[in-house]
Design a protein around this ligand. Structure first.
Ligand SMILES: [Zn+2]
Length: 308
């Protein structure tokens, strides 16, 4: 399966602007309508639910270019990121094919509405909603009020959820694509890591999808994953059908190489315009969107001088 570039609205910054929300709704609808066209060009139908068992009872649910994590246990089901109402309903139906147990917990990785909307169906069956405390105000900004507000907001940098003998650990490793991102790590059974928007394997995004991306923060998040010694043999990203520990490590190397090149240039007194025109990073020429490297240079420079 191809590594695809994100076309969802996740990189659109969550704002109070109504027209922004309208755009997101339109995009979701057009994604559904254009499913057939996309199916032909991508080799799969983005509207079609894809439930893949990654580990015993642990599933990746991919639909509309976004992943959720689904953990099925004897004590109920945990879902990470409902995304929107239509998708949550489809996901609920797919879960029903696996188990009769209710969805008892929903985790939000971060505040962006294109990940956090649509949880009402799970709320109605009694699920508890969990996220980092820093997300609470941000989630509350949804003008359409389609985000179920969290019940549990952990503070600090770590929160363990235990459900049916499975551990779902949430690590807050600082700002990256969001100011309140939880890195989801399941330490058992070889280990699994969910890197939401801050990890997009083999892909350089263009400037318009970079607004929320604190490239330096993302680099620090990669570093923290390794510094903390989080172990995993399985990785998923929010918007790619597939990742891997190797693709994750390559993404880390990209962020580091980008930082090194931009930092060195800035220290030599070069302008961002010069850096845009001269930095090449040939190791990553094979990446999708390599032509967007200048935008990534720009965004990294901005992260360095603004701090976010
Ligand atoms: Zn996203």
């Amino acid at each position: 399966m191809v590594l695809l570039v994100t076309i969802s609205s996740c990189k659109d910054r969550a704002t109070n602007e109504t027209n922004q929300d309208d755009k997101k709704t339109e995009k979701t609808e057009s994604a559904e309508k254009s499913g057939k066209d996309a199916q032909e060009s991508l080799g799969f139908d983005p509207a079609q639910p894809m439930m893949t068992e990654l580990k015993n009872g642990v599933y990746q649910y991919f639909q509309f270019f976004t992943n959720s994590l689904v953990v099925v246990t004897d004590e109920g089901v945990l879902v990470v990121d409902p995304v929107n109402e239509k998708r949550a309903a489809d996901m609920r139906a797919e879960v029903r094919k696996i188990t009769d147990k209710p969805v008892v917990k929903v985790v939000y990785t971060h505040d962006h509405f294109d990940h956090a909307r649509g949880g009402q169906i799970f709320k109605e069956e009694g699920a508890e909603f969990i996220t980092h405390q820093l997300c609470s105000d941000l989630l509350n900004r949804d003008l359409e009020k389609r985000v179920v507000l969290p019940d549990v907001m952990y503070e600090g940098d770590y929160h363990r959820i235990e459900l049916g003998g499975k551990y779902i650990d949430l690590h807050y490793l600082g700002p990256n694509e969001s100011f309140c991102m939880s890195v989801v790590h399941m330490p058992q059974d070889g280990g699994l890591l969910l890197g939401a928007d801050w990890h997009l394997p083999g892909t350089m995004l263009d400037y318009h999808r970079q607004y929320a991306r604190n490239m330096l923060g993302q680099l620090n998040t990669f570093k923290a994953v390794y510094d903390k010694g989080l172990e995993f043999d399985t990785v998923i990203s929010s918007h790619s059908p597939k990742s891997s520990p190797e693709a994750f490590e390559e993404d880390y190397r990209f962020h580091q190489a980008l930082f090194d090149a931009v930092w060195a240039g800035l220290q030599e007194g070069k302008s961002v315009e010069e850096l845009r025109n001269t930095i090449e990073l040939p190791e990553f020429k094979h990446w999708r969107g390599y032509e967007n490297l200048p935008d990534n240079v720009d965004r990294m420079a901005y992260s360095i001088w603004h701090g976010n």
